[in-house]
Structure formats: structure tokens, C-alpha cells
Design a protein around this ligand. Structure first.
Ligand code: PGA
Length: 242
């Protein structure tokens, strides 16, 4: 795993955006693997800025998002569909038919998960996938457990993730208890992975990630097996690494 340590959140965001720019410049119809959460917000702002300056064109770009709460209405302002439109899709020239997220409104979550995995395959996997990392080491909603799943699936959220995400909801009870998420194998179908981490609350997860041991109680550690994975983190997130 390559590691880039930046001074702060702004620099981390700019470095990650530059990696996306590199892929988009080389391939106009790239498939972007996207993620939600506070971590990539700054990177999306940088990409929107590059688009507005005429440096990027999203007209042939396709996207696959990592996860979505289940069940949730797309119109819910806490849905990941809503988040993506707010931070990226509504600001760039992506075509609606090229935007893909797991459908939190699907009648049958297992069928939706299976269809989503087929979609990822039909696109040939992402050319570049951005990931945040949970305080508990999760990637997407692949939570710490005794085992991990390869394909897109419906999963329960751990107490730690519900608590972490409750900051976006009126109360902890309002946080959905389930989500559709790419599995570790779906994530590994992407050709390039950028993991971002910012702030002291991610320091423990980053430390465990860089110990190089694969542990299902810290799903991010699987990433050391990927052939083109870069961790971009700020000094705070890197502060516990010896
Ligand atoms: P955050 O979430 O970016 O909001 O910290 C990251 C994650 O849980 O994967």
C-alpha cells in the first residue's frame, strides 16, 4: 500500500481529487467508484471546482457508489443518493443514466444486491474507487465481524457505526439499522483504490491498517492485498503510526 501523509484535510482532499483527475484525463468514460461521509466531501468540492474551470468533463463518466442505507427513500436528505446529488452530481455534467447507487427503495434487498453486483461486473469494475474508513475500521458497510462477504449484500450496522452516523440524524433511533453495501470482492474489482482518512478519531484504524496484518475485526486491513491501493491521510489520522 502506498501512503501519502498530508498536513490537513484540505491537502488530503486536493491530493485525492488529483488522483481522480489523472484517471479521468486518461479515460474519458472512466467508471468512478464513489463513497459518502464527511471524508470525501472536500474531494468532491475540488472535482466540482476542476469541472467549473473546464479541466474535467463528466459527460461520458459512469459511477457506482459503495453503499446505501436500507430501507431509505432517495428523497430522504440522509440517503446517500441525496448526498451524492448535493455534493457532486448536480454540479457536473454527468448523465442520469450513468449514475448508479444501490437502491434503498428496492422491494427485495437480496435481489437488489445481486443485481448491483452484476452491474459492477457489466461495467468492468471501477477504474478508481474512493473509500473512507470507519472509526471501527469498516469500509463501506463491511463491519468488523468474524467473517467478511465478497459480493454486494444487505448488512446490519454495528452499534459503533450507528452512534458515529447519528450526528447526521435527529436521534440515534432515526439511523437506519441496515444497509446495502459492496462486499470486499466488489471493492477489489476496482483497478485503483484511494482510501482517505482525516482526524484523530481515525488514527487507531489507520494504525491497524498499516500494521499489515489482515484482520476481519478491521475490514480495511484487507486493502493491503490490493495491487494498487493508496492511503491518503492527514497528520492527525497518521499520528499513532510508529
Ligand atoms: P466519515 O465516514 O467520512 O463520515 O468519517 C467514513 C466511513 O464511515 O466510512
Amino acid at each position: 500500500m502506498k501512503v501519502i501523509v498530508t498536513k490537513n484535510y484540505a491537502e488530503m482532499s486536493a491530493v485525492a481529487a488529483d488522483m481522480f483527475k489523472g484517471v479521468l484525463t486518461a479515460k474519458k468514460d472512466a467508471v468512478l467508484g464513489l463513497a459518502t461521509g464527511s471524508t470525501p466531501e472536500g474531494m468532491y468540492a475540488c472535482l466540482v471546482d476542476m469541472y467549473k474551470k473546464g479541466e474535467l468533463d463528466f459527460s461520458d463518466v459512469k459511477s457506482v457508489n459503495l453503499d446505501e442505507y436500507y430501507p431509505i427513500k432517495k428523497s430522504d436528505d440522509q440517503s446517500y443518493d441525496f448526498f451524492m446529488r448535493k455534493h457532486l452530481f448536480s454540479h457536473v455534467n454527468m448523465k442520469e443514466e450513468n449514475i448508479h447507487l444501490p437502491n434503498g427503495e428496492a422491494a427485495d434487498a437480496d435481489v437488489e444486491a445481486c443485481e448491483y453486483e452484476k452491474l459492477i461486473d457489466s461495467l468492468g469494475g471501477a477504474d478508481i474507487q474512493v473509500l473512507g474508513i470507519g472509526r471501527n475500521g469498516h469500509i463501506g458497510f463491511n463491519e468488523p465481524d468474524t467473517y467478511l462477504l465478497a459480493d454486494t449484500h444487505l448488512t446490519g450496522l454495528t452499534a459503533s457505526t450507528i452512534e458515529a452516523n447519528s450526528r447526521f440524524f435527529a436521534s440515534e433511533e432515526d439511523v437506519p439499522k441496515h444497509a446495502l453495501t459492496m462486499g470486499i470482492g466488489s471493492i477489489f474489482k476496482s483497478k485503483k483504490i484511494v482510501v482517505m482518512a482525516s482526524g484523530k478519531e481515525k488514527a487507531e484504524a489507520v494504525k491497524t491498517l498499516l500494521e499489515g496484518k489482515i484482520r476481519t475485526d478491521c475490514p480495511a486491513t484487507m486493502l493491503v492485498l490490493h495491487r494498487d491501493c493508496t492511503l491518503v491521510c492527514d497528520e492527525d489520522a497518521y499520528s499513532l503510526v510508529k
